[in-house]
Design a protein around this ligand. Structure first.
Ligand code: GDP
Ligand code: MG
Length: 391
């Protein structure tokens, strides 16, 4: 028999954010080194993180590195991204569902434009917990560092975070990577702060089950299997579920559950799973459907949204969009055409954040706060979130 999957520690998704060159990737590598030297996990060097392959998440191309590590209490999936445009796309579409973020600020440079923009984005997409790594503390004047710390606390407070109580840890990713004991200890302090300050999110497992279908496979003699990452809730073998979206509406039962080839009793939010569904034919289900707890999702074609249009430098359009514009919308694993209405404004320029309504060509499960990407001609031109579901 196959060995069963054993869940030993709570799992959290975190990531580094902050201005370019403030040391996000160096810090990510240093975290893995300090933990590996302490006997947990594998050291991942800077080059392997910085040269992360391009990934397609929700139909948008982003450069993203996934690093995995464990502290004494928790298992973390950590994301690091090279470019500012990657952050904008990734945060707005929710491709990285961060339970917490490590805001990296160089003590030498202080707050820079992307520092502010990432704090704003984090707040906008609902990242509730931020821990600050005041990096390059090895090379900065201590009194200047005190000032930078004050400035960061004020910035966080100005954006609705509890700036007074947020842990701010002075670190040096570079010196820790070099094995310097003082700065190695600073990384351990930072990890302790993340462990204790970022709570395990319970909204995840307590919510009704939902899995966006990424792939559909037929296993001869067993039936139809769907794969994907559980967005929320918990699923067990024997659970009744429904398949919705893109005109599909059917009810079935989960008869098998696996993760990375290992059978499991229960899957929960954040897990990548394969579900075996009773009596479902391959043609009845496809990528873009969702499998969900019965009655927990409703499908819609119209919604109001807030959208950020990427600039040409970020890979977006050169020209404005106008009412009647008809791009592709990527919502979860769905890719569907839709028409935009910009209301009285009539136009929105690259670089702007706009309010608009969208009419999709097919009904899909929608809810307030859902992130999406906008694509045309094979490239991402914007990203947004659903503000109000219409009909
Ligand atoms: P990122 O763009 O935020 O990912 O920044 P990187 O990790 O690529 O680092 C940018 C530059 O800052 C590199 O030259 C690093 O060697 C340097 N750097 C990173 N962390 C530290 C640090 O703790 N101290 C010092 N002195 N330099 C650092
Ligand atoms: Mg980097």
């Amino acid at each position: 028999a196959k060995q069963a999957y054993v869940r030993t520690k709570p799992h959290l998704n975190i990531g580094t954010m902050g201005h370019v060159d403030h040391g996000k990737t160096t810090l990510t590598a240093a975290i893995t080194k300090v933990l590996a030297d302490g006997g947990s996990g594998t050291f991942i060097p800077f080059d392997r993180i910085d040269r992360a392959p391009e990934e397609i998440a929700r139909g948008i191309t982003i450069n993203i590195a996934h690093v995995e590590y464990e502290t004494a209490n928790r298992h973390y999936a950590h994301v690091d991204m090279p470019g500012h445009a990657d952050y904008v796309k990734n945060m707005i579409t929710g491709a990285a569902q961060l339970d917490g973020a490590i805001l990296v600020v160089s003590a030498q440079d202080g707050i820079m434009p992307q520092t502010t923009e990432h704090v704003l984005l984090a707040r906008h997409v609902g990242v509730r917990h931020v821990v600050v790594a005041l990096n390059k503390a090895d090379a900065a004047d201590p009194e200047l560092t005190d000032l930078v710390e004050l400035e960061i606390r004020e910035l966080l407070s100005a954006h609705g975070y509890p700036g007074e109580e947020i842990p701010v840890v002075r670190v040096s990713g570079l010196r820790a990577l070099a094995g310097d004991p003082t700065w190695t200890a600073s990384i351990a302090t930072l990890l302790d702060a993340v462990d204790s300050y970022v709570p395990v999110p319970d909204r995840y497992t307590g919510a009704p089950f939902l899995l966006p279908v990424e792939n559909v496979l037929t296993i001869t003699g067993r039936g139809t299997v769907v794969t994907g990452a559980i967005e929320r809730g918990t699923v067990r073998v024997g659970d009744r579920v429904e398949v919705r979206g893109l005109g599909t509406a059917l009810t079935t039962v989960v008869t098998g559950l696996e993760t990375f080839g290992k059978p499991m009793d229960s899957g929960q939010a954040g897990d990548n799973v394969a579900l075996l569904l009773r009596g479902v034919q391959r043609g009845q289900i496809r990528r873009g459907n969702v499998v969900a707890a019965p009655g927990s999702v409703t499908v819609h074609q119209r919604f109001a949204a807030q959208v950020h249009l990427l600039t040409a430098a970020e890979g977006g359009r050169r020209t404005a969009i106008a009412s009647g514009y008809r791009p592709q919308f990527y919502l979860r694993t769905t890719d569907v055409a839709g028409e935009v209405d910009l209301g009285e404004a009539g136009l929105a320029l690259p670089g702007e954040t706009a309010e608009l309504t969208v009419e999709l060509s097919k009904p899909v499960p929608l809810e307030t706060g859902l992130g999406f990407a906008i694509r045309e001609g094979g490239r991402t031109v914007g990203a947004g979130t659903v503000v109000t579901v219409l009909d």
